[in-house]
Write a protein that binds this ligand. Structure first.
Ligand code: COA
Ligand code: ZN
Length: 302
């Protein structure tokens, strides 16, 4: 068995994480959090969303946040855009890396972005074409790839179908998401080879939520199939406001702890991520869920 020697960890905390927080977080605190993450060694830090402020009030300050964060060569500060209006808002403040998002569940797509999957592909077709013409890097998200919160069935063939369409639009990378944290390694074993028949492995990221404690097992399963890009969230922040009961992404500290101990390089400094998590924990009204973060904090208090 050969595992990748190096893995890219994409940091989600400031977007996927904060979008689900009820406490209103000030723009300054978001900027500080992102700046701390930017210094930790990631090459990808998702910063905010240019979605409707009615859909995600927490990220209504996207333009201010994006303008104020410290940019660093080699670090992509990607922003989520749901339509052309979001694209234009993002470009107006200089974003050069965007993410579009659809799903493999019709019911989820309807609640999340008020479109059918086909409508979303049409809307994103225009956005991605324009982005590519303007030299903008594009990631495509396929949410609910392991199950839907609304009871409709999701199959690997449906995930492959949406993924193929997003790649055909011109996305540089896809992130396949277990939005509600229901996936198990046997599903990864089935899905990755099905995707890999159509999409180069080095353009596929996986995005696991840890709602039922299966995220790290899924990361390990995907590693065994040669996947080397994983999304994770500082402290395990997050959830999805349109997926009832969903909790955060797998904690970045958990992923880094496991990978580094297995001898897999990431280029990310675990202590710096922990410092970012500690900072954001100080402005939230709850504990962070990452086990590795909790363990490091407990040990340091001894
Ligand atoms: N940025 C800011 N405002 C936007 C916007 C954007 N990208 N897109 C639409 N709006 C505004 C419109 O101007 C309109 O405002 P008005 O009511 O003041 O006239 C309003 O939002 C409704 O616009 P409409 O085009 O009818 O959209 P909708 O109500 O069908 O909502 C989305 C569609 C995609 C804009 C919305 O569902 C959304 O932003 N979803 C994002 C959800 C999300 O981020 N989920 C978490 C990520 S997994
Ligand atoms: Zn997510």
């Amino acid at each position: 068995m050969s595992l990748p020697a190096r893995v890219r960890v994409c940091e989600m905390g400031a977007r996927d994480g904060l979008q689900n927080e009820h406490t209103v977080i000030s723009t300054g605190d978001k900027v500080r959090f992102i700046d701390l993450l930017t210094d930790a060694g990631f090459d990808y830090v998702e910063a905010t969303s240019f979605v409707s402020p009615k859909a995600i009030p927490q990220l209504a300050d996207a333009a201010d946040v994006f303008t104020r964060i410290r940019k660093k060569p080699g670090v992509r500060h990607t922003v989520l855009v749901p339509n052309m209006k979001g694209y234009e808002r993002a470009r107006a403040v200089g974003a050069d890396s965007i993410a579009v998002f659809t799903a493999s569940s019709e019911a989820f797509t309807k609640r999340n972005i008020n479109m059918t999957i086909d409508e979303s592909i049409a809307v994103f077709g225009d956005v991605v074409r324009r982005a590519k013409a303007e030299g903008v890097w594009v990631r495509g998200y396929v949410s609910t790839a392991f199950g839907s919160p609304f009871g409709d069935r999701v199959t690997p063939a449906m995930v492959v179908n949406v993924s193929r369409k997003l790649m055909a639009l011109g996305c540089d990378e896809l992130s396949i998401g277990d939005t509600i944290g229901v996936g198990v390694p046997s599903q990864v074993d089935e899905l990755v080879p099905a995707l890999a028949r159509e999409i180069p492995l080095d353009r596929l990221a996986f995005h696991f939520h840890d709602t039922r404690g299966t995220a790290l097992a899924n990361v390990y399963a995907a590693l065994q199939h040669g996947i080397s890009i994983f999304d994770a969230s500082s402290g395990g922040l997050g959830g999805c406001p349109y997926a009832p009961g969903a909790t955060g992404n797998v904690g970045t500290e958990d992923v880094l702890y496991m990978l580094h101990a297995m001898g897999i390089e990431t280029g990310v400094d675990l202590d710096k991520v922990r410092a970012a998590s500690r900072f954001i924990a100080s402005v939230l009204d709850h504990m962070l869920t990452s086990k590795a973060f909790q363990a490091m904090e407990a040990l340091s208090k001894k």
